[in-house]
Design a protein around this ligand. Structure first.
Ligand code: 5AD
Ligand code: SF4
Length: 473
């Protein structure tokens, strides 16, 4: 193993050194490319946390004098921000990275860097090192801020570098480039301490660490002054915010953000049921700016399976939280993540997941067939479930949830919702799309002058995937 196991702490000086590497790359870009700055392209896989990390990578690329390009083929710097949550995500990334061989052969100056969860695992880094010689460097989730010096090293034709951090800190002061200023991810904490037995995240993103309320509130103010209308507070386990630094909890933090002047709204994800506190539910009930949408992954409806998953709650405990939530926020939208075919899951235990869906009546679920992840306890468990059985359970889960989703979406018919217009519809240029409190997209007739604005839309029709409506004054 000759990857670089970096014990370097993230200090303000380390970040400053990277920002000065940015300036060095920029100067060199100006010399080499004059008035035609080179392009960068970032391909992001996986969750919102990766999306947010890619926005910081883009901020660094711009500081280095690169400009965003729409096609990977036009780029001189390509960064892949990878995911490792399921096998499929890794396979997809590896296949796209494999294709880069040809582009590198045609352009020896091209720099290719791979970051994110996949390359935060030794075995993946070793494989890439051996099999993908055209990859200039890899950087794990703790080393995003180090990309400028990695790029500088690659441009100076130094040895390829493969960073695996031993220290996962927080790098403040990294610029962020957001494509849509009216919608923003705001990371408030990183990492996860929960070690659910199927999940790779704690191994690839390190322990929970919270940003200080001051740093978060400063960024929130800047975002709102810059036109942000929809802010999502992000973290792998966002509702355990503050525990590590003994600061305010997520409820208090959100109440502070709500005090900022401006027409904006606030979301948060992802939450763990063990930390879904009364104070958080109360904040959602009382603060107008907090969207009444709670993403509260249950994973399974069986207490035995939840135990094997190391989730630290029972079916009954979960249902009691849902009951409290519905009582406090009567029109709340609830969504969830579900894993089917966890090792050893019996037909009866699976049917407990189905009955939980009937009881909770989620607005939407994200469902996954269990995927073994190397190094996690569940991957070594006996009784991995046969693929055909898993597929059958998955289909039954989807079909039950479709009925519930249709019923939940229909409740909005006839109501007028305050919709933040996102974009022109992909399928019909006279239609716009946006989002309100509901997790579903909303389509309505309009034009691009509406993008980034709140529009009142009366819902006329709903289906499984979206709501349709008309603009009202
Ligand atoms: N297999 C299938 N789904 C998984 N998830 C996490 N790890 C796995 C795995 N090994 C799902 C969980 C989690 C969501 C982000 O991904 O449902 O909440
Ligand atoms: Fe993974 Fe569990 Fe942490 Fe979520 S809470 S990131 S599922 S270990």
């Amino acid at each position: 193993m000759n990857c670089i196991n970096s014990t370097e702490k993230i200090t303000p000086e380390a970040v400053a050194a990277e920002l000065s590497a940015c300036r060095a790359v920029k100067e060199d870009n100006l010399k080499r490319y004059k008035d035609d700055p080179p392009g960068f392209y970032i391909e992001t896989f996986g969750c919102q946390q990766n999306e947010a990390d890619s926005e910081r990578l883009a901020g660094l690329c711009i500081l280095m004098g690169y400009v965003p390009v729409d096609s990977i083929k036009d780029a001189k710097l390509v960064l892949f921000n990878t995911c490792a949550i399921r096998e499929h995500a890794e396979k997809k990334a590896l296949s796209i990275i494999g294709e880069m061989k040809h582009q590198k052969a045609a352009d020896p100056e091209l720099i290719i860097g791979i970051g994110g969860c996949m390359v935060s695992q030794d075995h993946r880094v070793e494989k890439i090192k051996r099999s993908n010689p055209y990859v200039s460097f890899t950087f794990d989730t703790g080393a995003i801020h180090r990309v400028p010096s990695l790029v500088l090293g690659a441009r100076n034709r130094e040895k390829r570098r493969f960073i695996l951090s031993d220290n996962f800190g927080i790098a403040e002061g990294i610029p962020t480039y957001r494509k849509t200023p009216f919608k923003a991810w705001l990371s408030i904490m990183y990492g996860c301490n929960n070690f659910c037995s199927y999940c790779i995240v704690p191994y690839v993103r390190g322990r929970e660490r919270s940003r200080t309320p001051e740093d978060i509130l400063r960024e929130a103010r800047e975002l709102i002054e810059g036109g942000a209308r929809d802010i999502t507070l992000l973290g792998q386990n966002v509702n355990s915010y503050g525990k590590d630094i003994g600061e305010m909890d997520i409820a208090a933090l959100m109440r502070e953000i709500c005090k900022i002047d401006g027409d904006f709204r606030l979301r948060f994800m992802t939450s763990h049921p063990k930390d879904a506190s009364d104070s958080l539910i109360a904040a959602m009930a009382e603060e107008e700016k907090i969207i009444p949408h709670f993403h509260l992954p249950v994973q399974s409806g069986s207490t035995r399976v939840l135990g094997a998953m190391n989730r630290r709650y029972t079916r009954e405990k979960y249902l009691s939280i849902i009951e409290k939530l519905k009582a406090a926020v009567p029109d709340v939208s609830i969504t969830s993540d579900i894993i089917v075919a966890f090792p050893g899951e019996t037909e009866e235990e699976f049917s407990e997941t189905l009955s939980l869906l009937e009881e909770v009546r989620y607005d939407m679920i994200f469902s996954f067939i269990y995927s073994p992840r190397e190094g996690t306890p569940a991957a070594a468990m006996d009784c991995q479930i046969d693929r055909a059985v898993a597929n059958d359970r998955y289909q039954r889960l989807l079909s039950l949830q479709d009925t519930i989703t249709a019923e939940r979406n229909a409740r909005f018919e006839g109501r007028t919702l305050k919709v933040l217009c996102d974009d022109v519809s992909k399928t019909d240029s006279s239609m716009m799309t946006g989002r309100a409190d509901t997790p579903r997209p909303i389509h309505f007739k309009g034009d691009s002058s509406m993008i980034g604005k709140f529009i009142n839309v009366k819902i006329t029709k709903s289906d499984l995937f979206s709501l349709m409506g008309e603009v009202v004054e």
